[in-house]
Design a protein around this ligand. Structure first.
Ligand code: MV4
Length: 501
């Protein structure tokens, strides 16, 4: 594999991840190119980059998803590499191929690995060759209902029907008993057809109380693959993660080693290099099963960075340049504990509906062990064209308990007005006995969260206070702008309510 230094990197993304990638590139002496839609003309990633190119109208389908425009922008600016970030074109095999065919470096895995892992069945079959544990189920798409029923009986109900092309829980159907089989299979197939244009489905034993544990892996282009330990991502709502942590509070060193080896093998099974994530579920008896592999840098990668001390984007770029992995598995240690909470412009009291608007106040928490990855400043608007994530806040401390307390302190210090956010919800998670004890699974949110827990304790007094402070601020602003922020700041800390305790 020949080495080729990257001198100018185009980042095919927006928001916090575009900034995240450009920061590492700049530290490496690499020039940066931003692409942006008409809605993002004044966005921070555009301001941060050395150069920028407008690639189309606001809708993602007309801008951030247009591979050919992005490649043209790279050519035009003389970039020699493209980093796709997450989402958008990051797991698009055809795009990765076209980037390479255009003589550019794709900062990511080989197209072939993206292709294999993009199909759940192909992924499972590849992993099986390398003895990675799988949930009992079929290795081929099912079409014959009576055969499928017979198999399901052998596996034992409840079973799960999944779409091979699926993702994010789409096209998944639980079948509790044989009498429901046909109906659920029909639904799964039609859902898969309309969502992915591919009606292939397969069967798995349904693991009823799974924990979602994923391993970060890294491979170079010389055949070396290591894992960077796990992230626990069981706190989700409708397949969207809200709180992630590293390490998981329930893995023993032995289980970590076994799962880590399985993760490395899953990566080997598809000839992987660069950053990837191998997703497992863990059942109540601590059996683990490979589910799928994500062939991109993930949103939650910072918790891994905090506990390993590594810069994953720096590593991605070095690997894309053909460099060898700069460390071995045995050099890696877990240092402390990190928790990430995702701050969404969503209203937890209203079924987490996006709450689009302007960040009237936006003050980040500060202090020891706190990192905020975001793409906004006070006064900016959250656009309805894109994901409503405002920020990721990552707290790192010596122990899980200390990381939880730091997260609570930082949530209290975070000051966002103008939109509803998931911060109060995340505080609820941090204070919940099930989360604190570590005894939780992917059903946490549906089991324990009701909007009332936020309304009762939080909203009324606090909201009144903020309203009063804002009124005072508006008043002050008209005469003395410099003093404007004072009432909110001092009001909040003086009146801090132990909202969810
Ligand atoms: C499962 C499962 C239980 N049993 N497979 C959800 C999305 C996709 N990544 C796989 N998912 C699941 N597959 C079997 N055989 C439960 C889930 C699941 C889940 C997995 C990880 C994190 C959160 C989840 C929430 C609901 C269901």
């Amino acid at each position: 594999m020949k080495q080729k230094k990257i001198t100018k990197l185009l980042v095919a993304n927006r928001g916090e991840i575009a900034l995240r990638v450009m920061r590492s590139a700049r530290e490496m002496g690499i020039q940066t190119v931003a692409v942006f839609s008409e809605a993002d003309r004044h966005a921070l990633h555009v301001r941060f980059a050395d150069e920028s190119v407008c690639i189309g109208p606001p809708a993602s389908a007309e801008s951030y998803l247009r591979g050919e425009k992005i490649i043209a922008a790279a050519k035009e600016t003389g970039a020699d590499a493209i980093h796709p970030g997450y989402g958008f074109l990051s797991e698009n095999e055809a795009f990765a191929k076209k980037v390479a065919e255009s003589g550019l470096i794709f900062v990511g895995p080989p197209p072939e690995a993206i292709r294999i892992m993009g199909s759940k069945l192909a992924a499972k079959n590849a992993a099986a060759q390398f003895k990675v544990p799988l949930v009992p189920g079929t290795s081929e798409p099912i079409s014959d209902v009576s055969k499928a029923k017979k198999l399901s009986k052998e596996i034992g109900y409840p079973i799960l029907i999944k779409a091979s092309a699926g993702g994010g829980g789409k096209g998944m159907r639980i079948v509790e008993r044989e009498s429901e089989f046909e109906e659920q299979m029909e639904r799964a197939v039609s859902e898969a057809k309309s969502a992915f244009g591919d009606g292939s489905v397969f069967i798995e034993k349904f693991v009823t109380k799974p924990r979602h544990i994923e391993f970060q892996i890294f491979g170079d282009q010389h055949g070396n693959i290591v894992h960077l330990f796990e992230r626990e991502c069981s706190i989700q709502r409708r397949h969207q993660k809200v709180v992630e942590e590293a390490p998981s509070s329930i893995l023993t060193p032995e289980l970590r080693e076994a799962m880590g080896k399985a993760a490395v093998n899953a990566a080997k099974s598809c000839g992987y290099f660069n950053a990837g994530t191998v997703e497992f579920i863990l059942d109540e008896s601590m059996n683990f099963y490979f589910l799928e592999m994500n062939t991109r840098l993930q949103v939650e990668h910072p918790v891994t960075e905090q506990i390993t001390g590594l810069d994953l984007v720096n590593l991605q770029i070095r690997i894309a340049q053909g460099e060898k992995m700069p460390f071995k598995q045995e050099d890696l240690r877990i240092n402390g504990h990190a928790i990430e909470v995702r701050v969404y412009a969503e209203d937890p009291a209203n079924n987490f509906l996006p709450d689009i608007g302007t960040l009237k106040t936006y003050r980040r928490p500060q202090g020891h062990g706190i990192r905020v990855d975001d793409g906004f400043e006070e006064g900016m608007a959250i656009s309805f064209y894109y994901d409503p994530m405002i920020a990721k806040m990552i707290c790192h401390a010596g122990t899980r308990e200390a990381a939880i307390e730091k997260t609570i302190r930082a949530i209290d210090e975070y000051n966002i007005t103008g939109v509803e956010t998931t911060l109060g919800f995340c505080k609820f998670v941090m204070k919940h006995p099930a989360f604190r004890s570590g005894a939780f699974d992917t059903r946490f949110v549906e089991q324990y969260f009701k909007p009332e827990v936020l309304r009762q304790h939080e909203s009324n007094p606090d909201r009144d206070l903020i309203a009063a402070a804002l009124a005072a601020m508006t008043f002050a602003e008209s005469s003395a702008p410099a003093a404007a922020s004072q009432p909110v700041e001092s009001g909040r800390s003086k009146w801090k309510l132990n909202r969810l305790s």
